[in-house]
Design a protein around this ligand. Structure first.
Ligand SMILES: [Zn+2]
Length: 188
């Protein structure tokens, strides 16, 4: 891949919050000016931000407590599923759920919604990097239109529900990273 083919926006916990003007501005610039067609939300297993959201008490002092609040929300929504897992399994699962949650935020962002409304080609993917084996696994995508969000919402509900494991989307091993992407990428 040549220099300049990927436009990257990084932050702790690979989050794409609508209130994060840095991330939303990067999305807007990449879609409206750079005309990127592929957006990748890339998380990673053993994420420190996700571990904090999973293990630290909600009264943790400092701004980090604010920053990981959305991941705490993901933890709360998946509390029943996570309660049945070992500590490390729960961490891996919440890392995956956080990626899917952030994909949802990207897809529902004004700039992506506007692009889809006028027929601009934008594909959104959610992937997770496993530091242990160097492989990237697909979790969600490609999301190509507003209607696809309903299927993602269904999947998030399904994996969080009682029959989570039977409905969990199978991973695709070693999916190649797409070109011309802007990506909320984990930075810690
Ligand atoms: Zn991380």
């Amino acid at each position: 891949m040549s220099p300049g083919e990927v436009f990257v926006q990084r932050n702790v916990g690979n989050q794409a919050m609508h209130t994060d003007m840095n991330c939303m501005s990067c999305l807007e610039y990449s879609i409206k000016s750079l005309k990127v067609k592929t957006i990748i939300v890339c998380g990673h297993y053993n994420c420190g931000a996700v571990r904090a959201a999973l293990e630290l008490p909600s009264r943790t002092p400092g701004l980090v407590n604010c920053w990981i609040s959305d991941i705490r929300e993901a933890r709360s929504q998946a509390s029943r599923e996570l309660a049945g897992l070992s500590r490390e399994e729960a961490l891996r699962r919440l890392c995956e759920l956080n990626v899917m949650r952030q994909v949802f935020h990207v897809c529902t962002s004004p700039v992506v919604q506007e692009a889809w409304a006028v027929g601009q080609e934008v594909h959104v993917w959610g992937v997770i990097y496993d530091v242990a084996d160097g492989l990237v696994h697909r979790l969600a995508g490609p999301m190509n239109a507003s209607s696809d969000i309903d299927s993602l919402r269904y999947e998030m509900t399904a994996v969080i529900g009682d029959d989570a494991k039977s409905k969990k989307r199978p991973r695709e091993e070693g999916h190649p990273v797409q070109e011309h992407a802007v990506a909320p990428v984990d930075a810690a």
